[in-house]
Design a protein around this ligand. Structure first.
Ligand SMILES: Cc1ncc(COP(=O)(O)O)c(C=O)c1O
Length: 403
């Protein structure tokens, strides 16, 4: 059964929203939880001794416990940040300099989002270290075994997405973690594109750090979480300085608060945290089993349908990897911006462009350095896929190509 009726932005129809990998829509339960918090409980948490502030503290701390349990972490290991990008920056600023020196290297797959590239470019330049890429097979999208030898004795950090945002491919996390552990390198897993679709347990993944955003998993924008192993977070210096992250301040010295407060300076996004926890509860109520079954069936329908349309090619479609909830495709001779604009006339919302992944598109030598991407969410249904598959053949005709 379609869940569109639970999402105010979609319940009235009018849009086939196929851009959930960019941001998901938010269900009524998440909107209501945030509305209730701001209406009735929104005093500053961790500060007042009166009832309303205590309720706000309970809402903030309780939300953290919900989010931490969701990924198999402890509350002290779960730091609220603005988004995945900020979480990755926190690692680059507060952890990387302690392990990375001249001649060392950081290894990332070529499929990464800019937030998992530019951060490492920054810290590698600063520390005189090398940023190395694991290249994929251009046909299959998989990382060939030979690439793993780039993880060597000078590798200090291996960072990778769990699920990639352009191809929707699942990275071989087990192999990446094993290769990193063999040389004593730390692992950073960007789980922004996996948590909306599959259960993620950071301990089972065996990674040292993980990062994700609430807005891609039916929660609000402006809040996300960083997971870090307790010993690592304890040894790291703070990221930002100010109120609420201190234990004691003298004129010249400060003792910092214990985890997680050490990393959360100033008044935090408490309403966002409440919405984040409500999004977790929403996912748990629907259940990953139901989410995966719906999305897998729709993805099959979508990929099979795309393959049948003349002039349409799916990027890296030789099928050597497991794909999740997103497909990038090309329409012969047509810029993806035109594809998306024409689809918009049929009320179809897809993402077109570079998807914050310039190095991947360059490496794949994709025409126009751009793709069109359709991505799925919990509310996606067969109507959305039918609409896209029906509208796409018109694109080349409208652009002046014959059948
Ligand atoms: C795999 C991946 N990592 C990181 C990000 C960045 O997320 P945010 O913009 O919430 O920081 C995205 C966003 O599309 C993503 O898909």
């Amino acid at each position: 059964m379609s869940l569109k009726h639970l999402f105010p932005a979609l319940e009235r129809g009018g849009v086939h929203y196929l851009d959930s990998a960019a941001t998901s829509m938010r269900p009524e339960s998440v909107l209501r939880a945030m509305d209730d918090y701001y209406r009735y409980d929104s005093a500053n948490p961790h500060r007042g001794l009166y009832d309303m502030s205590q309720r706000s503290t309970a809402a903030y701390d309780g939300s953290r416990s919900v989010v931490a349990k969701f990924i198999g972490a402890l509350p002290e290991e779960t730091i609220f940040v603005r988004n995945t990008s900020e979480a990755l920056n926190l690692i680059a600023y507060c952890f990387a300099p302690s392990v990375l020196g001249e001649g060392d290297n950081v290894v990332i797959p070529i499929t990464e989002h800019h937030s998992n590239i530019v951060t490492w470019q920054y810290v590698c330049k600063k520390q005189l270290a090398e940023l190395r890429y694991l290249y994929i097979d251009r046909e299959t999208g998989a990382i060939p075994d030979g690439e793993f030898s780039k993880i060597d004795g000078r590798t200090k950090i291996v960072a990778f997405a769990h699920v990639t945002n352009v191809l929707g491919s699942v990275n071989p996390v087990e192999k990446l973690v094993a290769a990193a552990k063999k040389v004593g390198a730390a692992t950073v897993c960007d789980i922004a594109q996996s948590v909306p679709h599959m259960p993620v347990d950071v301990r089972a993944l065996g990674v040292d750090f993980a990062a994700f955003s609430a807005h891609k998993m039916y929660g609000p924008m402006g809040i996300g979480a960083l997971y870090g192993r307790l010993e690592l977070l304890e040894a790291m210096p703070p990221f930002m300085y100010g109120g609420d992250m201190i234990e004691d301040v003298r004129e010249q010295e400060t003792d910092f608060a214990p985890l997680p407060s050490k990393f959360e300076a100033g008044t935090q996004n408490c309403g966002g945290a409440v919405g984040f926890a409500a999004a977790v509860k929403f996912i748990e109520e629907v259940g990953y089993g139901a989410i995966a079954a719906n999305e897998a069936a729709l993805l099959r329908k979508l990929t099979e349908g795309l393959r049948k349309i003349p002039g349409v090619t799916i990027a890296c479609d030789a099928g050597a990897y497991e794909r999740h909830a997103a497909v990038s495709f090309l329409v012969d001779g047509v810029h993806p911006h035109d594809v998306s604009t024409i689809l918009n006339d049929s009320d179809i919302a897809v993402r077109a462009g570079k998807h914050c992944a310039h190095p991947l598109l360059d490496y794949l030598e994709i025409p126009f350095r751009s793709t069109t991407r359709a991505s799925l969410g919990v509310y996606s249904d067969a109507d959305d896929i039918d609409a896209l598959l029906e509208a796409l053949p018109k694109v080349r005709r409208i652009m002046g190509y014959g059948d």
